[in-house]
Design a protein around this ligand. Structure first.
Ligand code: MIC
Ligand code: SF4
Length: 750
């Protein structure tokens, strides 16, 4: 049995992992017959069986054994409700829960945190008691955003983890293969089963030049997003290498890996080097840095990879950091990219609002000591001339440790001096937890943030808010000018009284010279005596509901299905199951199903809202399909976007293509993810079709599944589709869900 979960990863765990590298890597190198990249080494060291694990990238499914699991409060509820159904006494792998998503930003840190503790008391108590009972470490609200806390406390070079949040790859900044998954995947690993996923493809990003001036790590990933687009990284690990790497700090690398989620990447990865070691030491993990130094050859790619990358990667991208300018992306999609210098002309051309209505710094992507330092440096330049922000500026520190340190070092005061409001250490406005009083719904306005997502309605629930994303220093500069159409890099900004100021490129330390101040500890260890803990879920709770297993498949082709909706264009998880006010129901499947598809741009009008229509179908015993466009399910890991359809009678989603995590979530919950063999067949599906899904009795990897569309005019179309289900995933469908199968196997084991 593993050691009890503590506030950091114990050295013994890291050493056990490092001890596996030499033999596992040698075995895999021999099997591949060539040198290896860093990502391949980590996967080899974590393969369930390195001698037999599939190696065909993008083809084979493989079993891995991650070192850790992390969950945030909005996804942990459903994950742990499922874990409770698995019938196990405790988790098999070190696991932590982090309370960060449920704190609403309104007036400021302390008051908002108190309100959250009160409003969410039932949910926090559920998470605390389940954690105590099953051996899970619990981080209280206020301790910080999951990915920042993981980076500071748990991530280590060469490790592998999964997390129930799409930005889990943040830990790649410190050389960890960290993958975002749905709760059901986390349940497998917590139950002691391997994590099964398709062997990722590899994309290499070669960095040359040096990061300098206004340009920051954020601009690197914004440029990559512009090149690869929101689907370009699907199914791939993005590995950064080359001489430019050393000019990016460990936390800057985490920013880049974090936002790799926006290009659909499985995860992103930086090699271990002296800057990683400095970060480990600064965060009081000296002995892990020493252990990593001893294992250093395994914590980077073989030299041949740097000299001949195209031999190793499915695709290679080159980015020269020297000419890279600060970028701003948006609105509505993170790959709509341009340098700041091109912004004024584009604002005029597109008719975007010229004023910035709010500027927001923070989120798991950009809330490190260095980020706040650079933002504060810009603020100090303004304060020295008596300038204040012209747009409201809100700042969310990433963790209690960062908050305490930036407070001690006067950086918070610098931001407050120009008029910034400091919010709780939490996701806040990034996930729509923003009680915005200054803008009415329907009012068109532009905001700039240092976050990572900018889908419509994401931050304030208003579809007419245009959200643009840039680095923290860009956001502060734009808050000072108050303008979206000013190139602050080359032009002076103008204060309210007419004073002009040409901002200089910010300079700041990447690590605090006086070390980090840990602040108030937010960690709660699991109970010594789990049997003393009872987990209470009130029968009449509107926020928590115990789950009942989904029914098993009856062994027959599906017939007589209806088409609930057909999504036109972008359909992210924020369209399928929006967050904001709905975060309230993340532990209550029936109640959260009230948001099903409410953000979707549907191809036809319906007489009732989609959640009601779905419920009517369910009550009438009618099953249904839904149709999606490209990259359906882009964005979040929230498995609610798969469970809600399943709970209301959805049996298949047929799309032009899927985002990785969402496709996996659908499979886990027993919903068939099917892609049109011919994307043009999307057009054949009509609102009043009655649909049969055939080929299911012979369902096997690669087998044909056909949709028979019976149109209302009496004609019929036969539409071939493809699926990517493995034997095991087909077994989930047969059992009704992966969890049903797990529970059956668990019962058979004991
Ligand atoms: C997000 O950024 O969309 C979230 C909220 O962190 C999600 C998880 C969730 O929906 O709870 C994610 O990215 O996975
Ligand atoms: Fe939280 Fe936003 Fe990061 Fe998601 S992207 S974990 S909501 S800060």
């Amino acid at each position: 049995m593993t050691e009890p979960v503590g506030p950091t990863t114990p050295l013994s765990l890291v050493e056990d992992v490092y001890a596996r590298f030499p033999e596992r890597v040698a075995t895999t190198r021999a099997r591949l017959g060539r040198p290896m990249t860093f990502a391949e080494k980590i996967l080899a060291a974590h393969a369930d069986d390195a001698t037999t694990v599939g190696l065909a990238r993008g083809v084979d499914y493989a079993d891995y054994r991650p070192d850790r699991v992390a969950m945030q409060d909005a996804t942990a509820q459903m994950a742990l409700l499922q874990f409770m159904l698995a019938g196990l006494p405790r988790v098999a792998v070190p696991t932590t829960v982090h309370c960060d998503h449920l704190i609403q930003a309104h007036v400021g840190a302390d008051a908002d945190l108190r309100v959250a503790q009160d409003v969410n008391a039932e949910v926090y108590e559920f998470l605390r008691s389940v954690s105590a009972k099953y051996g899970i470490g619990f981080w209280k609200p206020g301790s910080g955003i999951i990915h920042q806390v993981v980076l500071e406390q748990y991530a280590f070079p060469g490790g592998m983890m999964i997390g129930t949040d799409s930005h889990t790859p943040n830990a790649g900044g410190l050389g960890m293969v960290a993958i975002g998954v749905g709760g059901a995947d986390a349940v497998d690993v917590m139950a002691g089963w391997p994590f099964n996923t398709r062997v990722p493809k590899l994309i290499g990003v070669r960095l040359t030049g040096t990061l300098s001036g206004w340009t920051s790590a954020k601009d690197v990933i914004l440029a990559v997003a512009g090149i690869l687009t929101v689907k370009g990284g699907t199914g791939a690990i993005v590995e950064y290498f080359g001489p430019g790497v050393s000019s990016i700090s460990a936390t800057g690398r985490a920013t880049i890996c974090n936002m790799g989620a926006e290009i659909g990447a499985t995860c992103s990865l930086f090699p271990y080097d002296e800057r990683s070691a400095r970060y480990l030491k600064a965060t009081r993990r000296e002995e892990i840095a020493d252990a990593a130094d001893r294992c250093a050859d395994f914590l980077r790619s073989d030299p041949e990879v740097d000299t001949d990358p195209s031999r190793f990667y499915d695709r290679v991208i080159e980015i020269d950091l020297d000419p890279l300018e600060p970028h701003l992306v948006g609105p509505h999609t993170p790959d709509l990219d341009r340098p700041i210098s091109a912004l004024p002309a584009e604002v005029a051309r597109e008719g975007y609002p010229t004023e910035v209505s709010s500027a927001l710094v923070g989120s798991c992507t950009n809330s490190s000591y260095e980020d706040i330092g650079r933002a504060a440096n810009v603020a100090r330049q303004a304060a020295a001339r008596g300038l204040r922000v012209r747009s409201p500026l809100l700042v969310t520190p990433g963790s209690e440790q960062v908050r305490a340190t930036i407070e001690r070092d006067g950086l918070l005061a610098d931001l407050e001096a120009i008029g910034a409001t400091v919010l709780a250490n939490a996701c806040g406005p990034c996930i729509g937890q923003w009680q915005r009083d200054d803008i009415q719904p329907g009012q068109r306005n532009a905001i700039v943030t240092s976050f990572n997502r900018n889908f419509p309605r994401r931050n304030d629930g208003n579809a007419d808010t245009l959200a643009f994303i840039g680095s923290p220093e860009t956001v502060v500069a734009m808050a000072l000018s108050g303008r979206l159409d000013l190139d602050f890099v080359h032009e002076p900004i103008t204060a309210e009284d007419g004073t002009q100021l040409k901002l200089e490129p910010p300079v700041a330390d990447d690590l605090p010279s006086r070390g980090y101040d840990a602040g108030r500890s937010g960690f709660v260890a699991p109970a010594d005596d789990p049997s003393s803990v009872t987990v209470a879920v009130a029968r009449d709770s509107e926020r928590l509901e115990l789950l009942t297993p989904f029914p098993a498949w009856d062994g027959k082709d599906l017939t007589g299905l209806r088409v609930l909706m057909k999504a036109v264009g972008k359909c992210t998880t924020d369209h399928i199951s929006p967050a904001g006010p709905w975060l309230r129901y993340r532990g209550h499947l029936t109640n959260i199903s009230g948001n099903l598809f409410i953000g979707v741009d549907n191809a036809w009008p319906t007489e009732k809202p989609l959640p009601e229509l779905a419920r009517d179908f369910k009550d009438a015993g009618i099953q249904w399909i839904a149709v999606g466009d490209e990259n359906y399910g882009e964005g979040s890991s929230r498995e609610h976007a798969a469970m809600e359809p399943r709970a209301t009678g959805g049996r298949a989603i047929v799309a032009r293509s899927f985002a990785r995590i969402h496709e996996a979530n659908l499979k886990k919950q027993g919903v068939l993810p099917l892609t049109f063999a011919d994307p043009a067949d999307y057009d054949k599906v009509r609102a009043d079709d009655v649909v049969d899904v055939t080929g299911l009795t012979a369902l096997a990897p690669g087998s044909a599944v056909t949709l028979v569309l019976h149109h209302a005019d009496g004609t019929t179309d036969s539409v071939p589709t493809r699926h990517t289900m493995s034997e095991e995933q087909i077994a989930w469908f047969r059992a009704g869900s992966a969890l049903n199968l797990l529970a059956q196997q668990q019962a058979a084991r004991s």
